[in-house]
Design a protein around this ligand. Structure first.
Ligand SMILES: [Cu+2]
Length: 67
């Protein structure tokens, strides 16, 4: 489980952009977004650094949280 803090995520549109970005790398990923705490939990078998990068490319800086 990859947990990220994504400070610039503020609405449902942000959430769906991030989810689409993750699924462009791993269509089977499970993405749980919590706008209240600006965190995203991702269950994926894909490379975690690649997931962070694709979210960044979509316009959302992010940092990994300790599990
Ligand atoms: Cu938004």
């Amino acid at each position: 489980m990859l947990k990220l803090r994504v400070p610039d995520m503020s609405c449902g549109h942000c959430a769906s952009t991030i989810e689409k970005a993750v699924k462009s790398i791993d269509p089977t990923a499970r993405v749980a977004i919590d706008l209240g705490s600006s965190t995203v939990a991702i269950e994926t078998k894909a490379n975690e650094a690649a997931i962070c990068d694709v979210i960044r490319s979509a316009g959302y800086d992010n940092e990994e949280l300790a599990a």
